[in-house]
Design a protein around this ligand. Structure first.
Ligand SMILES: [Zn+2]
Length: 285
């Protein structure tokens, strides 16, 4: 009995191959040149303040709906109509407040506040969170006190307003604010270096082969200034070690730089075995 022989080159007859592990089939990342920052910090701050004012106006409209001074008529049922109006103004309030905070954060990355005065540093860095409170807390208090909505509607609308406050607060917070001193220092120290960052990451990487970049298919490259201004404020911890080995003569005071705090998550990324193979292929630029 002759055995059936399948040629490896005959794709149709060949049995389905087992999918290669991610690390083996991993492609080189696409490198995208960063675009220079558009607009000034002042322009972004003006834009942010304008949008916050619109958000507060939406909150005032919602309060007016509650106090029965104002409403858009969607239905004849008074209670349902109030609920619809309130939800519309809460959603608009959220959208404008989040948009404002993104402009404010952009301004803070272009022109960060000084850390010499800790109070003003955190006030300016986290103004988005303060504004989120201003955009929702007065409305939530009035919602809780009001007796014009029926009980069920009151619970639903209050819950929506609280969720909106939490979403806006989280989206507005800068979890890693950089100071003017740290930005100046980083730009001076790495003036000659190319910096890499990922579309969704928050770190500046000092070399393309960093193990925590191994899972990213797209990499941005540019100057330290461009990296910080696009929101990547802290320097990757692994890249620091690599840089010290590569540049033994360079005296760097790392304490003056905005270095990534080593988290459990970062440790996991480095130990990820899928990532280590991907970094094995040297590209040499
Ligand atoms: Zn890195």
């Amino acid at each position: 009995m002759a055995k059936t022989i399948i040629k490896a080159s005959d794709e149709k007859a060949a049995p389905k191959t087992v999918k290669k592990p991610a690390a083996e089939s991993k492609k080189e990342p696409t490198i995208v040149q960063a675009k220079p920052t558009k607009g000034s910090a002042f322009g972004y701050r003006i834009g942010a303040i304008a949008l916050w004012l619109v958000a507060i106006a939406c909150e005032i409209f919602a309060i007016m709906v509650l106090l029965k001074n104002f409403s858009i008529r969607f239905t004849h049922d008074g209670n349902t109509n109030m609920v619809i109006n309130l939800i519309i103004f809460i959603v608009l309030d959220l959208a404008f407040a989040i948009a404002a905070a993104q402009l404010w954060k952009k301004a803070n990355h272009i022109s960060p506040p000084s850390k010499k005065n800790k109070f003003t540093f955190y006030l300016i860095s986290e103004l988005g969170v303060i504004m989120a409170c201003i955009c929702f807390i007065p409305l939530i208090i009035i919602l809780l006190k009001n007796d014009k909505l029926n009980k069920k509607s009151k619970i639903i609308v209050t819950a929506i307003a609280i969720v909106a406050l939490l979403i806006t607060g989280l989206a507005s917070a800068d979890f890693n604010p950089i100071s003017a001193e740290e930005k100046d220092q980083a730009e001076a120290v790495f003036a000659e270096d190319t910096i890499y960052w990922t579309p969704f990451g928050h770190k500046c990487h000092l070399h393309q082969e960093c193990s925590s970049l191994s899972n990213s298919s797209t990499l941005y490259e540019g100057s330290m200034k461009e990296a910080i201004e696009s929101g990547r404020s802290s320097i990757c911890w692994y890249c620091r070690n690599w840089y010290e080995t590569e540049h033994p003569d360079k005296q760097i005071n790392w304490d003056e730089l905005h270095l990534e705090e080593l988290t459990e998550e970062a440790t996991k990324t480095d130990e990820n075995p899928a990532g280590t193979e991907g970094t094995g292929s040297e590209t040499g630029d």
